[in-house]
Design a binder for this molecule. Structure first.
Ligand code: SF4
Length: 517
């Protein structure tokens, strides 16, 4: 009942066959057992997920195995130097004579050994800095998974907890706002399997696209339409976001107060969260600024810091205002307002700014902004980073998938917590959440293109690799009889080499130089 790999040397995709003849199946069909759907695939056709097909009567994975290149390594030269150097005995001295691996075998295209009581599709011995390592490689099927999307914008996207829809179906919700960014939580088992069949299918399609770094259109109940995608600028109600705010209104006052001093008598930095007023703010007090008598709408939190000056929206500083004077109730002469007072109103990105001078009746009149003030407004923009969407994939790998690694799954969980195991997704570094289970989080922009797949159960398919020292693998009850040399994997064909994303640590390095107790 095991799945085996027929060696290929022609660069074609990996081929699987089955040791058990499927029952009640038409001649020529092959049965895929890589997920619970158990497709029976006719000759020349694909399974329901397009990941497997019937090629000349043989079950075949449509994507090839992805090998991540080690920067600066020469694969061809390495292969030439490897000939006959490994005798198949993992912990034998002969196995340690090979040189450092030039590629990392990722889970992308590696196939799935569902259900997981079978060893993982690839258990590969390799070497780094003279240390023998084993990498256990698979494409996991995850229904307990989701995407956390960080959208760098101050525009109002919708109320916290609001439902996020894709093509009319509920696929997630609005999470918290962090400093200059709105978070969404998208996908997850509730939407994949807890609602209607259509909701699950649409949620899965949306998740697949997000994982594969494509743009996805979302609609937030009571809020905006947004287009998000990894490393792309968000588009809010049809307008591409350019700048992430320099800080909240109070922070902007603190940063630029000395540069405004002497050029303006009052500065209001309009912000949906904290609107800053320079003369009242601690920064203005340090500069001995005279009170301006400005009376602002909203709730005064602490001196120079106002909440709720307007409603959230797509106007100045994430508020709904288009006229900045709409948040000014007036000027009080008994508190320092005077004719000729110079007032700057500016947003937290510097995209909106206006200059006023009070007339004899203490009415603010628009005037030409002095060059020295305009320069500081420009500097606000200069200090804003480009707005981007960041897409992080979160998945729980603490279940049966572990049985593909070891006959004693808790040993893998413990070894990960002890940092004896480097967990990666497509060779990209992951963050393993503390606490129980193996909950991983990875930036999809660090993974190779098209790392994700799906199956119609519905669930997401994503690569995962566990790398550890060979002796540690033996100690945790690993499937030692299934270990293959990297040379052997290369000789079987059906792979392609992809570049590692910039900044990714070499996946084989951590088990050696990481925080080993
Ligand atoms: S949906 Fe895909 S993985 Fe599942 S059985 Fe069919 S072909 Fe195999």
């Amino acid at each position: 009942m095991s799945t085996s790999f027929a060696p290929r040397s022609d660069g074609q995709p990996l081929v699987l066959d089955h040791s058990r003849a499927p029952e009640h199946m038409a001649a020529g069909k092959v049965r895929c057992e890589a997920c619970p759907v158990l497709c029976q695939i006719s000759p020349g056709k694909l399974g329901a997920c397009d990941r497997y097909g019937n090629v000349d009567g043989v079950l075949t994975r449509t994507d090839v195995l992805h090998l991540v290149a080690r920067p600066g390594a020469e694969l061809v030269a390495w292969q030439a130097g490897q000939a006959g150097s490994w005798d198949g005995s993992l912990l034998d001295e002969a196995a340690t004579t090979t040189t450092d691996a030039p590629v990392f075998v990722s889970g992308i295209g590696s196939t799935t050994t569902y259900p997981d009581y079978k060893p993982a599709p690839f258990i590969v011995a390799s070497k780094h800095e003279g240390v023998d390592l084993v990498t256990v490689v698979t494409e996991g099927i995850f229904s307990y998974c989701s995407f956390k999307v960080k959208i760098d914008t101050d525009r109002y996207l919708g109320p916290e907890q609001a439902t996020v829809r894709h093509r009319g179906e509920a696929v997630g919700h609005v999470s918290t706002i962090e400093y200059g960014s709105q978070f969404l939580s998208l996908g997850g088992v509730h939407h994949l399997t807890g609602g209607s069949k259509k909701e699950g299918r649409i949620a899965c399609e949306m998740m697949l696209a997000l994982g594969n770094q494509e743009a996805v259109e979302l609609e937030i109940e009571g809020g905006a339409k947004v287009v998000v995608g990894a490393s792309r600028a968000p588009v809010v109600d049809g307008v591409e976001e350019k700048r992430m705010r320099v800080g909240c209104g109070s922070a902007a006052i603190g940063i630029f107060a000395p540069q405004w001093f002497g050029h303006a008598d009052e500065v209001v930095v309009v912000d949906d969260h904290i609107t800053g007023v320079l003369s009242e703010h601690q920064a203005g007090k340090f500069l001995d600024m005279a009170p301006s008598g400005i009376v602002l709408r909203g709730r005064r939190s602490t001196p120079g810091r106002y909440f709720q000056v307007a409603s959230p929206g797509a106007g100045w500083g994430g508020t709904d205002i288009v006229d900045p004077l709409a948040i000014v109730e007036g000027f009080d002469s008994s508190r320092g307002a005077r004719p000729g007072l110079r007032l700057l109103m500016v947003s937290t990105t510097g995209e909106d700014a206006a200059w006023f001078v009070l007339d004899e009746q203490l009415v603010p009149r628009p005037a030409e902004m002095p060059a020295a003030v305009a320069k500081v407004v420009e500097r606000i923009g200069e200090n804003c980073e480009p707005s981007l969407c960041s897409v992080l994939y979160v998945a729980g790998a603490g279940g049966s998938l572990r049985a593909g690694v070891t006959e004693n799954p808790i040993a893998l969980t413990r070894a990960i917590k002890q940092r004896l195991v480097n967990v990666t997704c497509g060779g990209a570094p992951v963050y393993v959440w503390p606490g129980g289970g193996i909950t991983v989080m990875v930036d999809v922009a660090k993974m190779p293109a098209k790392s994700f797949g799906s199956v119609p159960t519905p669930a997401i398919v994503s690569p995962i690799e566990f790398t550890l020292r060979a002796d540690d693998y033996l100690a945790l009850g690993g499937h030692m009889d299934r270990v293959r040399s990297l040379d052997d994997v290369l000789a079987s064909g059906g792979w392609r080499v992809v570049e590692s994303a910039a900044g990714n640590a070499w996946p084989l390095k951590m088990p050696i130089t990481g925080a080993r107790p």
